[in-house]
Design a protein around this ligand. Sequence first.
Ligand code: SF4
Length: 325
Amino acid sequence: MRVVPPALDDPADTAVDDPAVDDAGAVVDGTDAPSRPVRAARARKPTVDAVCAAAVDLARAAAEEMAADAPEAGGVGEHLGVAPEGDRLVSHEFACTLRGYAGWRWVVVVGRAPRQKQATVVESALLPGPDALQAPTWVPWSERLRPGDLGVGDLLPPEPDDPRLAPGWTGGASPDLTDDDAAEVWELGLGRARVLSLAGRGDAAERWYAGDGGPLAPVAVAAPGQCSTCGFLAPLRGSLGQAVGVCANELSPRDGQVVALDYGCGAHSEAAVPRESVAPAPPVLDELGIEVVAVGVAQPAVIEESAADDAERTPSDAPAAPAEG
Ligand code: SF4
């Protein structure tokens, strides 16, 4: 049996274990010998292997085999080029002429073993080029949801670790909890498995304050007063009530919605509106006055029957003579 010496250009054959290096770049080999600095290995740029680069027909055959699964014939266009992928490893690129795949490329990687003069196909794929038409990056539905997306009958349970929620106090199954206690617990806002966390309250307050119910809305800027002094404001319980409340004026544009305490609108309960009636201004077009205009007396027209009209009258038009008995 002939023993083949390892190839000098094969990095796998010539690789040696990297020595341990300390923070200062000195070799730490466990002996008492003085340490010596180590230079970092320089990365070697791969070159195009001539045998693999010449295997264009082999690569094209592999690309056409892939394209055979397409619903239309052909699909493999011109050879676009060769690029080195590693030692004795290159990739051939062919244009994809399939409809709907503009800018895509058939990529076939061809390689050969050390000291072999024949290349073989390593892998092949259809990959997008730099100008390829591609679908948008996939985004999970939970990240695509936007306010208003939830429809009738849809379910959107929050995550178990939703930072907007915090464990609540339900009282458990305590036998000491009477019905009156349960009612008081409910009035205090307790009795729920989870409640708004500090982060959840903060998010909501910031969102509402910066929205259409905030103090910077045009309606609020022109308002005669703020919601904090309006009788139609329904206060909120808890820390949120320090910043926002609910408007209960059906004539307000924010009726039934959260408003900031320094929001306001023209329907403020204490808006100063003059109550006395105002005399109407005189009409521009006078439709009430009567203007007398002198005109001549009109003479009735006299119509005389002419003899010609009598001649034209037919016997049937004449009154019938009374019949003799
Ligand atoms: S009526 Fe106007 S001022 Fe009063 S609470 Fe509603 S939005 Fe605020």
